[in-house]
Design a protein around this ligand. Structure first.
Ligand SMILES: Cc1cc2nc3c(=O)[nH]c(=O)nc-3n(C[C@H](O)[C@H](O)[C@H](O)COP(=O)(O)O)c2cc1C
Length: 153
């Protein structure tokens, strides 16, 4: 049984961090501890089976992970950890203007977690910066839905 949700944030200009704050509030409001960690100094050893994880990431460059998340992604690929049974979700921020690479960093993390045996809870949330909706306004409702699915899993 999961007793802690860790929200791992990869961002270039801070929007994903605002989203993470809303997600953390929504999950704490449901009575579970939630912790936000910027990916900057993280390695694959942050992934422990007693926790569930939410990857909260924007996309830059040619569909790349933001700079502060690249070392974590590299470490994940190098360490090839056994993530069997670990539960996670993905909130991806992007812009449909980049239609070939829309929210690609979210998909890259999803593929890596899946490859090592983790189980995604719910669909990948893909926020479009061109939509006129702020991602932080959508994050709380998404997180509540995600949390309910986690509890039922
Ligand atoms: C230079 C640049 C490149 C971007 N490249 C992509 C991209 O390839 N795919 C995508 O979906 N969004 C792309 N975006 C949009 C950002 O991911 C989006 O604006 C996001 O909300 C930024 O979140 P952040 O402040 O957490 O970094 C790009 C934005 C900029 C400024």
């Amino acid at each position: 049984m999961v007793d802690h949700v860790k929200i791992l944030v990869s961002t270039m200009t801070g929007t994903a961090e605002l989203v993470a704050d809303e997600i953390a509030d929504a999950i704490s409001g449901k009575g579970m501890e939630a912790e936000i960690l910027l990916m900057d100094d993280l390695g694959a050893d942050v992934l422990e089976p007693d926790n569930a994880y939410i990857i909260c990431t924007s996309t830059y460059g040619q569909g790349d992970v933001p700079d502060n998340g690249q070392a974590f992604m590299d470490d994940l690929e190098a360490a090839a950890p056994d993530l069997a049974g670990l539960k996670y979700g993905v909130f991806a921020l992007g812009d449909i203007t980049y239609n070939q690479t829309f929210c690609n960093a979210g998909h890259l993390f999803d593929a890596a977690f899946k490859k090592f045996g983790a189980i995604r809870i719910g669909e990948i949330m893909r926020h479009d910066a061109s939509s006129g909706e702020l991602p932080e306004d959508q994050a709380g409702e998404w997180a509540e839905g995600w949390f309910n699915q986690l509890q039922g899993s």
